[in-house]
Design a protein around this ligand. Sequence first.
Ligand SMILES: C[S@@+](CC[C@H](N)C(=O)[O-])C[C@H]1O[C@@H](n2cnc3c(N)ncnc32)[C@H](O)[C@@H]1O
Length: 283
Amino acid sequence: MTKDLHAEQVAYWTGEGGENWLAREARLDAMIAALGERGIAAAGAQPGQAVLDIGCGTGPTTRALARIVGPGGSVTGLDLSSAMMAEAARRAGAEGLTNARFVVGDASVYPFEPGVFDLMFSRFGVMFFGDPAAAFTHLRRALKPNGRLAFLCWRSFKENPWALVPFMAGVPLLPAMPRPGPDDPGPFSFGEPERVRRILGAAGFADLRIEPVDTVVTLSGVGLDETARLAMDFGPLARAMRDVPPETREKVAGAVRHALTPHLVDGAVRLAAACWLVRAANA
Ligand SMILES: C[S@@+](CC[C@H](N)C(=O)[O-])C[C@H]1O[C@@H](n2cnc3c(N)ncnc32)[C@H](O)[C@@H]1O
């Protein structure tokens, strides 16, 4: 069961998920940039350190970490999507960063050398493992004995209006679909802090700190149509919209635009977002 759900995530991110992210990367990055900065500041990378950026996408946080660790350190960005890794390498090269490298692979099974990283970081890239305790156990083995883990993940779906508002608008127009189980991988699967504690504890991490981060994100600053499309391409609404005919898509787009209208201020749709900043140490 968990294996199939993991395979589904791998298929999604190596396929349409990765392509969609790449196509809208600038907007998505702008939406979560400040959260990433907060996470990077809390992670406390130091010059000379070796860092792993898990599920790094096109590598904005990998590049930021590479600037912090400097030429004496190194950052490995790892992601399932080869298209995103190619783009990440291109961008790091364009910035002249020689201490960032990008690797295509599944973080839950990637053959890391044991005990090599001082720090593992992720901005919203660790909630997609079919068996998260096994994945974090595997990842921890690649940390140095006193190495640290720091990541950002979303809190529950209902605490994240940026995803909830478009979903609630669109879902009545869509065929019924099974609700994801509480342990199913997905963007909101780490919403329950006790679950995060259980997973990281089972994986052998110690000194767990789980801190709420509340903010307002700009879904898009380019008007309602594009914002509605963005909302329909990501997260739970995108999943519910798979295989719907064009006329239903149009109706959903109308409903989503309508629901987002009250949140449009000066041309930008802004909605609340809630995350956990999770920190732990190799026990
Ligand atoms: C929400 S995106 C975040 C991307 C990036 N961290 C950022 O903040 O821009 C999640 C990323 O995690 C990657 N991902 C999901 N599961 C993964 C896995 N098992 N191993 C490696 N990467 C994974 C996806 O391919 C995707 O790029």
